[in-house]
Write a protein that binds this ligand. Structure first.
Ligand code: PGA
Length: 260
């Protein structure tokens, strides 16, 4: 595990049009040049309409940033009004996709079964995935958070072949911590991250980064890495601010590897 790299993903959600996106990517480029991470990969996940512009700036300025989509439809093409396929993302130069974010599960009816179909289709198309899992407040209160989350993972990865293991990262995002300013305690994060690693098949355990998400800020990043024992973060709100996002990347880079 110690040779593994950390990963920080910025989930912009439905924020920033393509002009604003170009500006933010350029700012990230300048800051990342000044604070080049040694053991941390950086990914941004802008809205669909920004993907092309983000990829172009990254390519032109040779930035070490990968681009992810926030969602994808598992079908290759067809009558799916408003949707985008894995092949379309690949063609655009997008490397990764977030699958099963709690906002998609809660607001857009993404069941465990659809998450599984999407995971398999994205992997098959050669995309990397950031699989999101996490319990709501009631599940946490009932004491069954670990069982709930490990079930989500088993369902999502059902039927995924070993040859895809190096395309997979998992993000544990307790729903009650997303966008609320309330971060899970490092003990709770460590307990869940350890439980997640425990249920992964041996080959996947070696390669998969297990991230935490939910109100991550520069101030709590180091503690969550060292005591929470995660491999990085899925960052929402703070990823819209270049200084904050790069500070999170730098803080992760400074302490990753000392936590295991
Ligand atoms: P947040 O969002 O950092 O704003 O809490 C995290 C996420 O939803 O991925």
């Amino acid at each position: 595990m110690s040779e593994q790299r950390a990963l920080v993903v910025g989930n912009w959600k439905m924020n920033l049009d393509h002009v604003e996106a170009i500006h933010l990517v350029q700012q990230l480029g300048v800051l990342l040049r000044a604070h080049t991470p040694e053991r941390t990969d950086v990914v941004i996940a802008p809205p669909f309409v920004d993907l092309r512009s983000a990829c172009s700036v990254i390519e032109a300025d040779r930035l070490n940033i990968a681009v992810a989509a926030q969602h994808v439809n598992p079908a290759e093409s067809g009558a799916f009004t408003g949707e985008v396929s894995p092949g379309m993302l690949k063609r655009l130069g997008v490397q990764s996709v977030i699958v099963g974010h709690s906002e998609r599960r809660e607001m857009f009816g993404m069941t465990d079964e659809i998450v599984n179909t999407t995971v398999r289709s994205a992997l098959q198309a050669g995309l990397r995935i950031i699989l999101c899992v996490g319990e709501g407040h009631e599940v946490r209160e009932s004491g069954s958070a670990i069982e709930y989350v490990t079930n989500q993972i088993n369902n999502a990865l059902d039927g995924v072949g070993e040859r895809h293991y190096d395309q997979i990262a998992i993000a544990y995002e307790p729903i009650w911590a997303i966008g609320t300013g309330v971060t899970a305690s490092s003990e709770a994060v460590s307990e869940m991250i350890t439980a997640i690693r425990d249920i992964l098949p041996a080959g996947l355990k070696k390669t998969a980064a297990v991230l935490y998400g939910g109100s991550v800020k520069p101030e709590n990043a180091e503690e969550l890495i060292v005591l929470g024992r995660c491999d990085g973060f899925l960052v929402g709100g703070a990823s819209l601010n270049a200084e904050q996002f790069v500070q999170i990347v730098s803080n992760v880079d400074g302490c990753y590897g000392k936590n295991r």
